[in-house]
Ligand binder design. Structure first.
Ligand SMILES: CNC(=O)Nc1cc(-c2cccc(-n3cnc4cc(C(C)(C)C)ccc4c3=O)c2C)cn(C)c1=O
Length: 284
């Protein structure tokens, strides 16, 4: 045993995997919906912590690769990222346990919340929160690969957090992973992703521009009912989404900067955060 007058060795307590959650400490409650990996339920962890529990449907995810990555993901901690608490990987199906957000996806929240509750200042603040979470990921060289309003979640007092960052790498469904697949998020993808699936923080920035458009249209679908092939055509030609009704020019200019053809001409999330904050306390 460690003599009490000396601090415990740094390895103390890491013998069992810190990111492994004991399923006996979880109580599963109502179903929240189904995602790419199957059913997600609300849960209580250690009697008091609200969680969302993804129960990974067999064959939907490359599980061993994900379990390796889980260690890294639990270390990504920011007030605008949905926290990964851990995994239950000693049984099948494996569970992914995260922080719980009371109001569900940002996309649904925008569509069902009345416009008078969502004035420009609130909408801009939501974009700034997503930008802060993405700026943290950018600083940690972590790429989301599927940033969109549907993959952000809303808590109390219009708190918005980015969810499921990096999980796209573990999806086995090639309808989702290949750019020709029916589930590939074409409408959030820049030219270099459409042509070479070249993901980067600058392709996340392009997607962030589309997310800003989703926010300022209060949840409209980008490019309306256009087919994916038509959107690819349009984006390759350099045509971008139109200015949302009532959206300030300064804000639309930020969206357009995110949609510059050349990735390195798009602003970083760090720069975007400054620009949006500037607009928030001068123009609004
Ligand atoms: C009312 N409150 C709530 O419903 N709160 C919540 C709902 C969900 C939830 C429920 C069902 C499905 C999904 N879902 C949706 N899209 C996903 C997309 C992917 C990728 C890989 C395609 C990006 C991966 C997983 C999912 C996924 O699990 C989520 C996030 C998660 N959390 C943390 C909540 O607080």
């Amino acid at each position: 045993a460690t003599p009490c007058d000396r601090p415990a060795p740094p390895t103390a307590g890491l013998s069992h995997d810190k990111w492994e959650i004991d399923p006996s400490e979880l109580v599963l409650l109502e179903e929240l919906g189904a995602g790419q990996f199957g059913v997600v339920r609300r849960g209580k962890w250690r009697g008091r912590i609200d969680t969302a529990v993804k129960m990974m449907k067999e064959g939907t995810m490359s599980e061993d690769d994900f379990i390796d990555e889980a260690k890294v993901m639990t270390k990504l901690q920011h007030q605008n990222l949905v926290q990964l608490y851990g995994v239950c990987s000693k049984h099948r199906p494996i569970y992914i346990v995260t922080e719980y957000m009371r109001h569900g996806s940002l996309f649904n929240y925008l569509r069902r919340t009345s416009p008078d509750q969502l004035g420009p200042a609130v909408l801009l603040d939501m974009c700034i929160q997503v930008c802060k979470g993405m700026s943290y990921l950018e600083r940690h060289n972590y790429i989301h690969r599927d940033l969109a309003a549907r993959n952000c979640l809303v808590g109390d007092e219009n708190v918005v957090k980015v969810a499921d960052f990096g999980l796209a790498r573990y999806v086995l469904d090639d309808q989702y992973t290949s750019s020709g697949g029916t589930k590939f998020p074409i409408k959030w993808a820049p030219p270099e992703v459409l042509n070479y699936t070249r993901f980067s923080s600058k392709s996340d920035v392009w997607a962030f521009g589309v997310l800003m458009w989703e926010v300022f249209t209060c949840g409209k679908v980008p490019y309306g009912r256009m087919k994916n092939s038509e959107v690819v055509e349009m984006v390759q030609r350099g045509q971008v989404l139109e200015k949302p009704k009532g959206c300030l020019n300064e804000i639309y200019n930020v969206m357009r900067a995110c949609w510059r053809h050349a990735p390195d001409e798009r602003p970083s999330f760090r720069v975007l955060k400054e620009e949006l904050a500037q607009i928030a306390h001068t123009v609004l």
